[in-house]
Ligand binder design. Structure first.
Ligand SMILES: Cc1cc2nc3c(=O)[nH]c(=O)nc-3n(C[C@H](O)[C@H](O)[C@H](O)COP(=O)(O)OP(=O)(O)OC[C@H]3O[C@@H](n4cnc5c(N)ncnc54)[C@H](O)[C@@H]3O)c2cc1C
Length: 405
């Protein structure tokens, strides 16, 4: 019996085809409009919710798919449809994964459903980690969480930035420092329930790409949350802080790092969706655009570009699927394979979309054709969820064992 296969099973293929239909019929036709409006495409999210594409159940099913490729396949199809709308649909999962990774079963059961709302009353969620002075350097977070012994509540103060769905979310998950002296090891994550006083939206950013996705600052001014909003609970936090103060490191890899490594392939899969979309437009265009009396694809210079585009997209997908399969089968990322997949897929999306614009010539530079938007959208994939430089840093440290800076 063969133990190696790159064939997704019938369930994954059925999900792929279902999502492809939604991406082609609903997302694609709406993409240019929401990019121009620079607003959250609520009607599209509502449509996705009605069909079950925007729901906790759907993402949980893909997340726990034993082959590991459920999430990458879903991400690739949705982002093939459109990246800005795609991020509006899946942005909530960032916050959901934070609760899943750090919360108790009770917390997951309470908060995850509220993040999505219902098809009749759709909600989104936000994950707020980055701050103006703490981007790549997460250990520099200044947002403070102080325990009020009298009430058992936590009081949060600080300013978060770049939060996808920040301020428009029902549920916000906020990473804050409980003991600044301990750096990243002194941090904890908190759920801020819907309507909590003191949380407000700051500046909403006008962006280069993924413009249908809302990105904003989140201001926390004396935000009080009940004790049960500390993800994982106080006992676990106190134990963790005590260990950190004694300078004891757990054997094996840091849990937060392992979570990041596992979520990075999903982000890589989004980038692949954009790259594949731009490649398909370019392939089609090259076959029909006639110059010098023949289709431009008849020129080796153009055909070889397309050959390289397709090769890099497939290579990126293989890296993403490998990392996803490793995560699902709980194999350690000894060479930071999650980071590798995100790095390569992100850079591939930027490169492929730029080549696609070139193949479309003047048309590629206009908003009459979608590759210009896809190129703008792709640019975020070397920035968020760890920049390309940070991915290289993680890989370099993993393969060398040297604390490279
Ligand atoms: C559209 C968008 C959506 C986002 N969504 C979210 C979200 O939902 N939640 C959230 O918490 N954050 C979010 N982010 C934040 C994102 O994760 C950060 O922008 C990213 O981590 C980089 O941080 P920074 O922007 O502060 O850049 P910096 O960390 O200031 O980096 C600037 C440059 O320096 C380089 N650099 C920094 N340190 C090193 C080093 N040690 N070695 C080599 N090079 C280095 C970086 O690679 C980069 O090129 C989002 C950002 C954007 C733009």
């Amino acid at each position: 019996m063969s133990t190696f296969s790159l064939d997704p099973g019938p369930d994954q293929l059925a999900v792929r085809d279902w999502l492809h239909g939604f991406a082609a019929d609903v997302m694609r036709p709406a993409a240019a409009e929401w990019d121009e409006r620079e607003e959250t495409p609520w009607p599209v999210i509502q449509e996705a919710a009605k069909l079950g594409i925007y729901s906790l159940d759907f993402y949980a099913q893909q997340y726990f798919d034993p082959s590991g490729v459920g999430i990458p396949i879903a991400m690739e199809e949705l982002f093939w449809g459109d990246a800005g709308i795609g991020l509006s649909i899946v942005g909530t999962t960032l916050a959901a994964v934070a609760v899943l990774a750090n919360g108790t079963d009770e917390q997951i059961g309470t908060w995850a459903p509220q993040m999505f709302g219902t098809p009749e009353d759709v909600k989104v969620a936000a994950f707020c980690s980055s701050e103006p002075d703490a981007g790549s350097d997460v250990s520099a977070l200044r947002t403070r969480a102080v325990h009020d012994e009298a009430t058992g509540e936590w009081v949060l103060n600080g300013t978060k930035t770049w939060a996808t769905n920040g301020g428009i979310a029902a549920v916000h998950v906020v990473v804050a420092t409980v003991d600044p002296a301990l750096g990243a090891r002194g941090q904890a994550s908190f759920v801020v329930p819907p309507g909590t006083p003191g949380l407000s939206q700051g500046q909403k950013f006008k962006k280069h790409g993924i413009r249908a996705s809302h990105t904003a600052e989140v201001v926390l001014d004396g935000v009080r949350v009940p004790g049960h909003c500390l993800l994982g609970g106080k006992e676990k936090l106190d134990e963790r802080l005590a260990r950190a103060r004694e300078g004891v490191r757990r054997s094996g890899r840091n849990a937060a790092m392992a979570t990041f490594e596992a979520s990075r392939p999903a982000v890589g899969a989004q980038a692949i969706g954009i790259a594949r979309a731009a490649y398909e437009v370019a392939l089609d265009y090259a076959g029909t655009r006639v110059q010098f009396g023949r289709p431009i694809i008849d020129n080796q210079g153009v055909a070889f570009q397309l050959a390289d585009m397709k090769t890099r997209i497939d290579a990126a997908r293989l890296l993403v699927w490998r990392a996803s399969w490793m995560a699902a089968t709980q194999q350690p990322f000894t060479s930071a394979e999650g980071s590798m997949s995100k790095l390569y897929a992100g850079e591939t999306a930027k490169w492929v979309t730029a080549q696609a614009m070139q193949i479309l010539g003047g048309n590629g530079f206009t908003r009459e054709y979608p590759v210009e938007r896809m190129h703008r959208d792709s640019a975020i994939y070397s920035i968020f969820e760890g920049t390309s430089e940070i991915q290289r840093l993680v890989i370099a440290r993993a393969i060398s064992g040297v604390p490279i800076r």
